[in-house]
Design a protein around this ligand. Sequence first.
Ligand code: NAD
Length: 337
Amino acid sequence: MAKVAINGYGTIGKRIADAVAAQDDMQVVGVTKTKPDFEARMAIEKGYELYAAIPEKQGDFKKAGVSIAGTIHDLLKKADIVVDCAPGGIGAEHKPMYEKAGVKAIFEGGEKHEVAGFSFNAICNYGKAIGRDFVRVVSCNTTGICRVLYPLDRAFGVEKTRVVLVRRATDPGDIKKGPINAIVPDPVKLPSHHGPDVQTVLPHINITTLAIKVPTTIMHLHMLNMKLKNTPGPDEVRDVLAKAPRIRFVKASDGLTSTASIIELGRDLGRPRYDMWENCIWEDSICIDDGELYFFQAIHQESDAIPENIDAIRAMMELENDAQKSIQKTNKAMGML
Ligand code: NAD
């Protein structure tokens, strides 16, 4: 039973905690918060032991009547592995603390590849994560792109990929970021960083990415274009993607015409926090035009990388050596059928 600590119980941290708790070969030994807010109270209500992320702020919890079991340093003594879910860049600052405590650590996509020296996606490189001390689980967008590139490259050979990313402005709980009434090239200087980020997982893939930010909070939308070495028909593409894990086909003809209706589907499925862990590919969009493949997919930014974190824990802790077995175990425990 791997003992897992979550440092930073925010958007990603709380989801990883719940996903770990759903597995039978790992357990949550504690989560941290920087302040005694509603998320701290919710963590306790859910049965997680709470620890102060910043030791100097322990007193704030006592003053607010929120009981803590100690500080991050106490938590690390109980853990085999920590998942760092602090805001991007802070994980790198935490690395020396993890090294000193002798715990393995997973970093999220807001950190640079160099913080772990290895970037992970379960379907692409599970085997190379086995036994590692440090792993970075790539961002929501990179996860979504890797999940489709890997099987398509294996089946048909990808000569060149272009992806336009339409990115959500921020997460639903955030009131500070925008835009609220604009379309923002982000970044203006092309290409965007997403292509090189995909190459941290799949170095041989020839990829160029462009991104814009739009006023929505629920999902990203990707427009993918691929020149394949062996040109398949749309049905063959569909068959390959249908066999790949963590892919869900949606159909406009079923009324799933936008990211809004996909999130409504998540609600109807009774998903926790309406999470859609899978890439949602519009089946009706898959087409071959002038020998090149095109399709749309929607990516739920808050949740698609969560199952990847579970597989990363399993690989690093050497609980399972087979990628497919780990992926299936994770999916089943989370309720991803
Ligand atoms: P968040 O702001 O929702 O949560 C971060 C949590 O860390 C908050 O609870 C915050 O209080 C806490 N925190 C702040 N400073 C800390 C510190 N020094 N030590 C410990 N905890 C601290 O952020 P998030 O969206 O959960 O992002 C976490 C990581 O996941 C980032 O690397 C981000 O890039 C990545 N990520 C985010 C998304 C997304 O869409 N939200 C998707 C994929 C990956």
